[in-house]
Design a protein around this ligand. Sequence first.
Ligand SMILES: [Mg+2]
Length: 131
Amino acid sequence: MEKSVRELTEVAKNFINERDWRQFQTSKDIAEDISVEANELLELFLWKDGKEMDRKTMEDKELLQKIKNETADVLFGCLAISDHLNFDLEEAFLSKMKQLEKRYDKEQVKGKSVKIDEKEWLEKQQGKTEF
Ligand SMILES: [Mg+2]
């Protein structure tokens, strides 16, 4: 039952087309949907302790199912927007991961909780390549 990202995109595309919902969707609508679904996922954790939630999800199958459902909703939106804008989500993901591997050099950040601002990092990179 293993499916590629492209095959999953087809599943999402067929779901939309079979319901004739494309007429109601713009990329903005789908982006909003992704945000709403991500917040539905976040709501499951609202006002709860993170470590306690990690423990609870191992015991509470109902909670884990809710998390799985909301995560799948987010993925549906990601697949739908890639189809709508006709870009290869797998390629976009792998390209982003390559950038993250450079931005968060494993030797420099290993074991450290760090946030490297993307805009600042890109500006630094551009500065490096210009000289
Ligand atoms: Mg949902």
